[in-house]
Design a protein around this ligand. Sequence first.
Ligand SMILES: [Zn+2]
Length: 101
Amino acid sequence: MSDWYCEELLSGRTEVERIFEDESVIAYWHTRPHYAHHAVVTTKAHVDSLLGVDAGTLASVFEVVRAVAALFVADYGGAHVVTNLGEYQEERHFHVHVWAE
Ligand SMILES: [Zn+2]
């Protein structure tokens, strides 16, 4: 299991193009996008997954997810909003994908 978010993003080792950042949340453009438009929203504090996140942090993350998704709808006509869990979660740090084809 790996945690690219703590090891690369939050350590500053990998630079990303930020869309939004505050004291607890970062939204940025995916460094290796799987879709034409692909953003990621994640927590600055380590949280394993959606299943372990506290309610306050969850609300903070989804306020940002909502804002990013609204930009996608306005600019690209729609958005997928996904967080992976269990065997489908490759990086063990809570993050939410927002993408449009
Ligand atoms: Zn982490």
